[in-house]
Design a protein around this ligand. Structure first.
Ligand code: GLA
Length: 718
């Protein structure tokens, strides 16, 4: 059968779609090619001929293409993109009536099987500059009876055979965004998440790369599902070499039963590839988020934050908070966030969630005096809330025990001593809207830390699962509040980074990357986080010297340098800091403010050295004239001296001044002398020397870091 072809181009890539039949098309299309830009006059028919896969002996008589919705209907033996049935029928729709509508840089493929009573819409778009391909899928029941949908992949992408390694995510509370890398296995590598929120352990993404890919070398392909609920993410390799990536919402039994006329809409999958390793891939995703996803306010300087949690916990003594505000302003903080503990009877984690009114015993004159002080000191005021939750010991629960997600006749296990409100109940969602709206109208709150501290276990409304609807209801609640209070910024926190994804980021302004303020742990958490997310939305605080989540004792420079690159803040009892320590904090904050345009608008630079004992993190300005780089030693290195640090991405012909901001702790312990030039501002190097020769970093103790500032001193005369 002859096929027709469609083409989309971004600034650096081309997608070719092969559509069976001419006008009208007569079957589901397949992605023939997505890769580096092809010549304008490339003939897709020729490429199709060149890539033609012979049918193998022992198999079906015609080679089976991986269409946009692979299925046994056309002989595809692997994971289908659609699983569902109508009381045992219509499980294998053959979508032969196909329409393709092209608008701008998008295709909408409308496919129908009237006999099976199903229609399928797939939308594919390619963004111009960031080289991100997005896909969504909708399935409609156009039949006369209910259709039980069990799986509808949001996207299916063919994976070229050159990608030999796969990187997936794991993690835990206080240890998010850890990565595992392996050779692409035969069969399926699948990650499923049933926690009802994005999860700490299974960030919905995968990266594939050519053998040995690293931060700057190798071709890599990344995919992320923009969704804050259950998910399934899989890579499959079949014995004939066919490979696919599929991602979508994991549906619980009976969760989606489409009545006649109803439609299921999937979340969006975002794909990108780069031939410049993980650094290039991250840059694509960061640019995409910056230009297409993140709310407008994230483009303005991210205010340095003080969060009260690890300073006072539930002990909200007015004098202590006033003292914290004074010290915060003194060191240069721009936003003061009052964390958990401010509302009625909230004296421990066991009570009061749901009762969003002020604790008048702690705040007899309301929040006004504190807010007036905070604003008088030139800071914004922010407040912690956890709207989706209710404590069994709360007025709300006593009045509406039926407002929680629950499975009929089963007692739900509590998590952090709390239950989850059923946001799909309009009365519960309206109650939350009204409570938050009242607070935001009553007080000049510029920022909400929106927390969510447990997995969803009984993801049901009595007898049926509602997880996906709950996620959509959450999005709707946030959207409604933002429409009413457009200037209020929101942080997505779920016991740290348990709800970090592009779906929540369409409506929130930053993510609390982890409850661990331990800089040692944060180093790898932040490296993993930054693979998909840019630094300006990464909440990162200087925590207490004695880390509350791990018990480690870490010096101030290490804690400050680790938090420096993100949406910077403090979360420690400043009243316990010495005058020298406060000065040091103030200096880091001042430097951060100076460098903010580079840190939060530039290109991220990462390196994993010495098998992970050393992590390098940095940002280079878009005009490549400035860079800030941290070199963090997490464990004793193998050799006495590590290899010189090489920095790529600067202008090769330009001369840069390289200066260390801080000094190694007790250098005499390991070195008889120090490479002085790095510390006295006299080190001048060309961009090419920095990239090819590098610079020797002095020996650092484990759990310490060096912050380097690289600024252009002169450009080469033309
Ligand atoms: C969660 C958050 C913390 C803090 C506490 C308050 O654990 O992740 O940052 O806000 O709740 O109870």
């Amino acid at each position: 059968m002859t096929s027709s072809y469609r083409r989309l181009d971004s600034s650096c890539s081309t997608v070719l779609l092969e559509v069976p039949g001419q006008e009208p098309p007569s079957g589901l299309p397949r992605i023939l090619y997505w890769g580096a830009s092809l010549a304008e006059n490339e003939q897709p028919e020729n490429l199709a001929r060149a890539l033609n896969r012979p049918a193998l002996q022992g198999g079906l008589d015609d080679a089976v293409p991986l269409t946009l919705s692979p299925s046994l209907a056309n002989g595809f033996p692997g994971q289908p993109a659609l699983i569902g049935h109508r009381k045992g029928r219509d499980a294998l729709p053959g979508f032969h009536e196909v329409d393709l509508i092209e608008t701008g840089n998008s295709w909408k493929i409308e496919a129908k099987d009237a006999k099976a009573g199903l229609s399928l819409d797939i939308v594919i778009s390619l963004t111009g500059d960031s080289n991100v391909l997005t896909m969504t899928t909708r399935l409609s029941n156009i039949g006369a009876t209910d259709y039980d949908l069990q799986w509808c992949a949001a996207a299916t992408l063919p994976v070229p055979a050159s990608y030999q390694e796969i990187l997936s995510f794991n993690g835990r509370w206080c240890g998010e965004f850890q990565t595992a890398r392996r050779k692409v296995p035969m069969g399926t590598l699948m990650r499923e998440n049933r926690r009802g929120r994005t999860s700490h352990d299974s960030f919905p993404a995968m990266i594939l790369g050519t053998e040995g890919f690293d931060e700057v070398c190798g071709a890599v392909l990344g995919a992320h599902l923009a969704w804050s609920g259950n998910h399934r993410v899989l890579h499959e390799r079949l014995p004939d070499g066919t490979r696919q990536l599929q991602m979508g919402e994991l549906l619980l039994p009976g969760e989606v039963i489409l009545a006649p006329g109803e439609t299921y809409s999937s979340p969006e999958v975002c794909f990108s590839f780069s031939e410049e390793g993980l650094g290039g891939l991250s840059h694509n995703f960061h640019s995409f988020l910056r230009s297409e996803v993140l709310p407008e306010q994230t483009r303005s300087p991210r205010p340095v934050t003080l969060n009260t949690w690890e300073a006072v916990y539930f002990d909200h003594a007015p004098e202590k908070l006033a003292r914290l505000a004074d010290l915060a302003a003194q060191v240069g903080v721009e936003r003061f966030v009052l964390d958990d503990g401010w509302f009625k009877d909230r004296n421990s984690e066991r009570t009061a969630l749901g009762d969003w009114v002020l604790d008048e015993q702690k705040y007899p004159q309301g929040l006004d005096p504190l807010i007036a002080q905070v604003e008088g000191l030139g800071m914004e005021f922010g407040l912690w809330v956890e709207p989706e939750m209710v404590s069994p010991d709360s007025d709300l629960f006593r009045a509406h025990p039926d407002w929680i997600l629950h499975l009929e006749a089963l007692q739900e296990p509590t998590g952090r001593y709390q239950h989850v409100l059923n946001l799909t109940k309009p009365e519960a969602a309206n109650y939350l809207f009204d409570s938050l709206d009242t607070l935001l109208k009553r007080y000049p709150i510029r920022y909400l830390k929106w927390d969510m501290n447990r997995d969803l276990s009984h993801q049901a409304d009595g007898r049926s699962f509602v997880t996906g609807q709950q996620t959509k209801a959450l999005y709707a609640l946030i959207d409604r509040l933002r429409a009413r209070h457009p200037l209020v910024e929101i942080e997505s926190c779920a016991s740290g980074g348990g709800r970090a994804d592009f779906g929540i980021l369409r409506r929130t302004h930053r993510i609390w990357a982890s409850d661990s303020n331990d800089a040692h742990d944060r180093q790898s958490i932040q490296q993993g986080f930054s693979l998909f997310f840019p630094p300006e939305i990464m909440g990162a605080h200087i925590g207490p010297m004695h880390c509350h989540t791990t018990g480690r004792r870490l010096d101030l420079d290490f804690r400050a340098i680790t938090a420096f690159f993100g949406h910077f803040g403090l979360e420690a009892d400043l009243t316990q800091l010495t005058a020298d320590e406060l000065d040091k904090v103030a200096n880091y904050i001042a430097l951060h403010k100076d460098c903010r345009p580079i840190l939060h608008g530039g290109k991220v630079l990462r390196q994993v050295l010495e098998g992970g004992r050393v992590l390098v993190f940095g940002a280079i300005s878009n005009d490549r004239t400035e860079a800030m780089v941290s070199y963090a030693v997490l464990e004793q290195t193998r050799d006495g001296l590590t290899a010189p640090l090489r920095l790529t991405g600067l202008r090769s012909g330009a001369t840069y001044r390289v200066r260390a901001i801080n000094r190694p702790r007790d250098p005499g312990r390991r070195m008889k002398n120090m490479p002085d030039a790095l510390f006295n501002g006299e080190l001048l190097m060309s961009g090419s020397a920095l990239a090819s020769a590098g610079l020797q970093i002095p020996v650092l103790d484990p759990d310490t870091a060096l912050l380097l500032q690289v600024s252009i001193a002169a450009t080469k005369k033309q």
